[in-house]
Design a protein around this ligand. Structure first.
Ligand code: CTP
Ligand code: MG
Length: 396
């Protein structure tokens, strides 16, 4: 028969306070940070630390609720967790927890459930320090300038380089903690003070800003912000414009009848393109790229065949309207780059002219390049024209 080894470490999680300063109407440990309570968060962090027996000390009558949190946090390791009722002071609650620690345990950590987000590495640092010390406490440097104050005036300076803010978990050799509790005849502010009063030296290890104690509603807000998932990225009119955004658009039109309009220019003598409007694939690719960059849908949504006013419309009408839509949504055009793939017309002689017309319509630089496709594909066979655009929009 195999014997499961008993951990040499126990963590007493004190959660029996009422939370007067938070004033939530329920004991503080059962207040939700997100969908999980403070206690559940604290236990998840404890169980991610060094292997340990976990004793949870809760207000009498709340053992059942605490047990549910404990089982959910521990999963398959639920045998490690035990819930006991606490006392009317923190010190009494720790004593009650101490009485439930398994006989073989050599090291006991005492931790406030109210420090619900304390990372597991703090537990590991405290346990490691107990190889060379009988007690260890995580501390954070004091960042504020500290003054001695009395009678409404500043009485003097305190050198903050000698100060540290004590956190939990505070760890001790079990025999030292038990004997210190036995001789304690007054209420101490923390376990380190109680053990030091019994004549023991306590080591300091590095604490964590995340080990802050949730005491007031401002602390609870901070904890909520820390565990909240990142807000979803919202596209479209609702999104608060912040960063520049890019978009891509393509369009294809087949050669048909009538005059050719392409890249905002009329091309006399060239075969025209078919389409609801003038078939200007270059302008349409630009519109799609811009709408996409701004998260405003696509050309069909704004200029579809159900919009008779755009039948036969030219590039300037499309681009001016697009620019307006972007402006209403808080964007302006950064620049646009568009490439035409076509066997004809030959763009080189009128490239600069096309850029000037399109840039004027958008109020932003538009670069136009053109290529043939080596006689390959539908553009190579001169069946139609394709255009590809990339646009950058920036918050207006
Ligand atoms: N605690 C406890 N038993 C008590 C008092 C406090 O187990 N009789 C625990 C709290 O649940 C908390 C930790 O000790 O996890 C630190 O105490 P504190 O932050 O002061 O919590 P509360 O006493 O609940 O809050 P308040 O002082 O605002 O009433
Ligand atoms: Mg208290």
């Amino acid at each position: 028969m195999s014997v499961v080894p008993v951990p040499r470490v126990a963590v007493i999680v004190v959660a029996a306070g009422s939370g007067t300063r938070l004033g939530a109407g329920v004991p503080k440990a059962f207040v939700g940070i997100d969908e999980h309570t403070m206690l559940r968060h604290a236990l998840t962090q404890v169980l991610a630390g060094p292997e340990a027996q976990v004793v949870v000390v809760v207000p009498a009558g709340h053992e059942g609720t605490a047990q549910t949190d404990a089982v959910e946090a521990a999963g398959t390791r639920r045998d490690l967790v035990r819930v006991v009722p606490g006392g009317d002071t923190r010190q009494r609650s720790v004593s009650a927890g101490l009485a439930a620690v398994w006989p073989d345990v050599e090291i006991v950590l005492v931790h406030d459930a109210a420090r619900a987000l304390t990372p597991p590495d703090v537990f590991a640092r405290v346990v490691a320090a107990l190889d060379h010390a009988v007690g260890a406490v995580p501390v954070l440097p004091v960042v504020d300038t500290i003054k001695r104050v009395g009678g409404g005036e500043i009485l003097g300076m305190v050198d903050r380089s000698e100060l540290g803010a004590a956190q939990t978990p505070q760890g001790f050799r079990r025999d030292v903690l038990v004997s210190s509790y036995r001789v304690a005849d007054t209420e101490y502010t923390d376990d380190a003070a109680l053990v030091a009063a019994a004549g023991h030296r306590i080591a300091a290890v590095e604490g964590s800003p995340l080990a802050f104690k949730i005491t007031t509603s401002a602390d609870l807000e901070r904890a909520r912000a820390l565990v909240a998932p990142l807000p979803p990225v919202v596209a479209g009119l609702d999104a608060a414009p912040a960063l520049p955004r890019v978009g891509i658009g393509t369009d294809v039109h087949a050669f048909g009848d009538g005059p050719l309009w392409l890249a905002g220019l009329e091309w006399p003598g060239e075969r025209g393109l078919s389409g609801h409007s003038d078939g200007d694939a270059v302008a349409h690719a630009i519109v799609d790229a811009l709408l996409s960059a701004a998260g405003l849908g696509d050309i069909g949504a704004h200029f579809g065949t159900d919009r008779p006013e755009y039948a036969g419309a030219h590039a300037d009408a499309f681009l001016a309207r697009t620019r307006m839509l972007l402006g209403e949504a808080g964007w302006r055009v950064g620049n646009v780059s568009v490439q035409v793939q076509a066997q004809h017309p030959r763009f080189a002689p009128r490239r600069a002219e096309a850029e000037a017309v399109l840039s004027a319509a958008l109020g932003a630089p538009v670069s136009v390049t053109a290529t043939t496709t080596d006689a390959l594909g539908f553009t190579g066979r001169a069946e139609g024209v394709a255009a590809f655009a990339v646009a950058l929009v920036v918050p207006a």
